[in-house]
Structure formats: structure tokens, C-alpha cells
Design a protein around this ligand. Structure first.
Ligand SMILES: C[S@@+](CC[C@H](N)C(=O)[O-])C[C@H]1O[C@@H](n2cnc3c(N)ncnc32)[C@H](O)[C@@H]1O
Length: 521
């Protein structure tokens, strides 16, 4: 294989049409999703929906592409997942479903996933969530603009497999991803060491201009590859966004049981929440929110619903009235109505609006429990709203990133444990101890009244739902309205929705990030 072959004759498909993304219809696609969301949740008597939009293009911080190179120049492709037999869903939407399903939520074991990718690719499967997102967002060339509805497999035959869609530029991804894509294609085309048996390229950028490119191979990588990758890195550093930010993008080479990092395997993001900027280490292959702009809205919203201001006046009077928890969350049940009563009294005196007071979280008497904390995305900006935070996460690399991020942002009131949420829920219920909770001094005296959960698409397990019910205030961030709805059915008898928000993280797919803030009835 060399990089100078003639272009392949009529390769798999023509390049994706940029117009299929239809930024001019951004509002229309969002409105459709909002209508559906409101209908789904109307049984819960929701307050007015707060809506946070995305930029209509260049919003996606990370993207993954399969490499197609046969005999011609190298180009990127993605897979458009065909609808299942009899499924009357637009192919584009279907691909979006697959994408959102993997929007990092299945990224708990990135090392293993990366190692398995070569096999999956050889089996012809699409392992690229972002590629499917691309197909969704791009409207899948060949389906026609917006995708033809209800395309089924042959009658009586098998459903069609994923279809390749060539991507030369990808308007959904950041401008920087597009700049890097062009350079990787050009450099790999003329450098056999870079190109040989390259099957996938992952791009990860940040609002801050930092960037990382991972090249995945079906061959062992040696010193020649590293030398070529260093030249590639120099070329990537000369792209406009990296040059303007003074950044040299990290290059990573991966093949089976091999990972070579030029510099680092992470990027540093900068997110602004309530006027303060937080740095965030995002590790290659681990979960990070895909839409940086919308992520800032989500963090600002969560910081707002948990801000202690509404109970500021009330809490000092309560000191002493709220008993130490003595380890048991149920013991809070008697105490918190008193807090709310005091807050309401303060409100009556004109201190705060009654509704806000009743719904207020945070403050010096309130500790936060956060499950599914990832790299500390919510933990760190919200830590200032609470006396202490207990946070758990199952992914080792995310826990390590969260520890780094806490230190980098000077946050010292968080106890972080690597633990599955269901394991934590059972431990808490039984007031047991686990090795991973060692060091949680004051466990017995925690005042956990607020819980924040941001689970994968599957939503919460039964143990965690039961745990939620024991809290007076619940912040539930969800990327899947269906599982959120199912979980809320169990919680609604004891809690009402005080705030309700939609964050359009995934434009042009039918997915919608949702936030609900619940308070005990
Ligand atoms: C939607 S992400 C949210 C991460 C983080 N809150 C953020 O905003 O970046 C879900 C997280 O849950 C973690 N996770 C998945 N299953 C889990 C489980 N059973 N227990 C605890 N964490 C889990 C994943 O590793 C991932 O970091």
C-alpha cells in the first residue's frame, strides 16, 4: 500500500452533503424534540421547561472516523446504521440512536474497547459512535436530504447492514476537528508509515484549543512510526486553531496491546460556569461531554438549582435543630421539613421567594452525594455549593482524572470513591463499609440531603432509585428521556419536579439531554 495510488474509481459513496445537516432548520428540529419531551413528562406536572440550545454547527468536540483506503487516496468514512426490519424510523435517526447510546456511556472500559476495535472492524462492524452520530447529523448521503423515512430491509430478507458514508468535512464537529482531519489525511496519504493498516482516527478537541488525535492500526508500531507521528504532530500544530492557541496536538498510536503517546493521552478543557473558569482534564477513551457549549449550560443550570442563596438566611437558625445524621439518611426525614419550614418563614419575611426557598438545596448544612461523577464535570463547579461532597464513579481512568481536576481547581471538600452506584446504594442502605470508602471520615455525621445523578442511557438500577427516594432534593441529569421518565414514575409519589430543563447536546438526532430538579413533597 502506498500513498500515491490513483483515486479509486467511484469509491463507496460520494462525499456527504453538508446541506443535509440543515443548520437553517436547527430550531425546527429542536422544537420537535421539545414537544415530544413535554408530552412524555406531562403526567408529572412539570414547571416551565428551560431550554438551552447548541450552536447549529461545529458543536461536537470529539469525533471518530473509520479509514477507507483500498487502492486510492485515504479518506474517512462513517457508518449509517440501517433500520431494523419493519422499523419505520428514518435511517438518520436510527444512526443517531446508536450514536447517543454510545455517547461515552459505554466508555467505562476504554482500554479494552480500544483493543477490541481491530477485531470488530475486521468483522465489518461499526465501532464508532461518533461515526454513527455523523451519519445521523449528516442525513446519510444516499438517503436523500434528511433521509428517506421507513427504509426497510428486503421483504422477507435480512435487514441491511451499516452503510459507509464518505466524510471529507464534518460540519457537526468543531472547526478544529475539520482542520486536523484534512492534515491527517494529507500526511497519511504521503507517508506509508502512517498509512499502513490504519483503520480508524479519533479526534478530540476542546473549547480551549487543546487537541488530541488517536490513530488506530492493525499492525505493531515501531520507532519508524513514532518518527512519522512526530512529523504529523508538527503539521497538526501548524493548523489555524492549534497555532492560535499555541497548542501542539497530542498524537497517540494504538494497536492491539500497544499504545504510544506523543506527549500525553489527555486534553485540558476550560469550562466557564457562573463567571468562573474551571480546567478539566479529559482522558483519551474516557467519557467527556461531547458538546462543550451545551456542557457549560448544564453545569451553570446545576450550579444554579443547588446554590445555597435561598436558604442563607434560614440555615443559621437551624443549626442545632438539624440533628447529626448518625449515619442514617432516613434520620434526615424529620429534620429537613424543619429546614424547609424555616426557609419558607424566611421567604415570608421577604428574604427569598417562597417557591425558591422550598426548593433550595446547598448551603453549609447540606452535603451532596453524586453518583456517576465521571471526571468531576459536575462535582467541581458544584462543590462550592455544599459543605462536603461524596462522589462515586466506576471508571478507573475517570476517577483518576477527577482527582487531578479537583486538585487543579483547588477543590478540597470532595470524597471520591471508585464504586458502582448500585454497590454504593446497597452499602449506604446497610450502613456498611467497603474498602473503597475507607478514609471517609465523618461518614456517620454526613448531612446528605441532596443527590445528583448523571447515569448512562440505561438510567438507574432499582437500588439507586430506592436510594434517591431517601433524599430531599434530587438533581437528575439524563441523556435518555425514556429511562428518566421510567425512573421518575417511581420517584414522583414522594417528590415533585421543581425545575425542568432541556439541553440540546445532540442536534439533528432525536436525543435530548434533560435535567430535572426534584424536591420532597
Ligand atoms: C453520562 S456519564 C456522566 C459523567 C459525568 N457526570 C460528566 O458529566 O462528565 C456516565 C458516567 O457513569 C459511569 N458509570 C457507568 N455505569 C456506572 C455504574 N454502574 N456505577 C457508577 N458509574 C457508572 C461512566 O463511567 C460515566 O463516567
Amino acid at each position: 500500500m502506498n500513498g500515491h495510488a490513483e483515486p479509486a474509481a467511484a469509491a463507496f459513496t460520494t462525499p456527504v452533503s453538508i446541506t443535509a445537516i440543515e443548520p437553517e432548520n436547527y430550531e425546527v428540529q429542536l422544537e420537535r424534540k421539545l414537544t415530544k419531551l413535554k408530552q412524555l413528562f406531562q403526567e408529572f406536572d412539570t414547571p416551565e421547561l428551560e431550554v438551552f440550545t447548541s450552536p447549529p454547527v461545529n458543536y461536537r468536540m470529539r469525533s471518530e472516523f473509520t479509514v477507507e483506503q483500498r487502492d486510492g487516496p485515504l479518506h474517512f468514512v462513517m457508518f449509517d446504521k440501517a433500520p431494523a426490519e419493519g422499523e419505520p424510523v428514518a435511517a438518520a435517526e436510527d444512526a443517531g440512536a446508536a450514536a447517543a447510546e454510545q455517547e461515552g456511556h459505554e466508555e467505562g472500559e476504554p482500554e479494552r474497547a480500544a483493543e477490541q476495535q481491530p477485531e470488530a472492524q475486521e468483522a465489518g462492524a461499526s465501532t464508532s459512535a461518533a461515526a454513527a452520530a455523523a451519519a445521523a447529523a449528516a442525513g446519510a448521503e444516499g438517503q436523500g436530504k434528511g433521509g428517506k423515512k421507513g427504509k426497510k430491509g428486503k421483504k422477507g430478507g435480512k435487514p441491511k447492514g451499516p452503510r459507509r458514508v464518505r466524510v471529507d468535512t464534518f460540519p457537526v464537529a468543531t472547526k478544529q476537528v475539520n482542520e486536523l482531519m484534512a492534515v491527517v489525511r494529507e500526511e497519511a496519504d504521503k507517508t506509508p508509515e502512517l498509512r499502513q493498516r490504519l483503520f480508524q482516527v479519533n479526534f478530540h478537541t476542546t473549547l480551549a484549543g487543546d487537541a488530541m488525535v488517536t490513530l488506530l492500526y492493525h499492525r505493531k508500531l515501531g520507532p519508524e512510526w513514532q518518527a512519522a507521528a512526530e512529523r504529523l504532530r508538527d503539521a497538526l500544530a501548524a493548523t489555524p486553531t492549534a497555532a492560535a492557541a499555541g497548542v501542539r496536538p497530542h498524537v497517540i498510536g494504538r494497536s492491539r496491546k500497544q499504545k504510544i503517546c506523543l506527549d500525553a493521552d489527555f486534553v485540558i478543557e476550560r469550562l466557564t460556569v457562573g463567571g468562573r473558569t474551571f480546567v478539566q482534564k479529559q482522558v483519551e477513551g474516557s467519557f467527556s461531554q461531547p458538546n462543550g457549549h451545551v456542557c457549560q449550560h448544564m453545569l451553570t443550570w446545576a450550579a444554579d438549582v443547588t446554590k445555597p442563596a435561598a436558604v442563607d438566611g434560614a440555615v443559621p437558625a437551624l443549626e442545632g435543630a438539624v440533628p447529626a445524621l448518625e449515619g442514617a439518611v432516613p434520620a434526615l426525614e424529620g429534620a429537613v421539613p424543619a429546614l424547609e419550614g424555616a426557609a419558607a418563614a424566611a421567604a415570608a419575611e421577604g428574604a427569598v421567594p417562597a417557591a425558591a426557598a422550598a426548593a433550595a438545596a446547598g448551603g453549609p448544612e447540606d452535603d451532596l452525594l453524586e453518583l456517576y461523577c465521571g471526571n468531576g464535570n459536575f462535582t467541581i463547579p458544584l462543590a462550592a455549593n455544599f459543605r462536603r461532597v461524596v462522589a462515586t464513579e466506576v471508571s478507573k481512568s475517570s476517577v483518576e482524572a477527577a482527582r487531578y481536576n479537583m486538585e487543579a481547581n483547588g477543590v478540597s471538600n470532595v470524597f471520591l470513591a471508585r464504586m458502582a452506584s448500585e454497590e454504593f446504594a446497597v452499602t449506604m442502605r446497610e450502613r456498611g463499609t467497603r474498602r473503597r470508602l475507607e478514609g471517609l471520615e465523618g461518614w456517620e455525621a454526613l448531612r446528605l440531603r441532596t443527590i445528583l445523578v448523571d447515569p448512562p442511557r440505561a438510567g438507574l438500577d432499582d437500588f439507586t432509585v430506592e436510594l434517591l427516594k431517601e433524599f430531599d432534593r434530587i438533581v437528575y441529569i439524563s441523556c435518555n428521556p425514556d429511562t428518566l421518565h421510567a425512573n421518575l414514575k417511581a420517584i414522583a409519589p414522594t417528590h415533585r419536579i421543581a425545575r425542568f430543563a432541556a439541553f440540546d447536546q445532540f442536534p439533528y438526532t432525536h436525543h435530548l439531554e434533560t435535567g430535572v430538579y426534584l424536591v420532597r413533597r
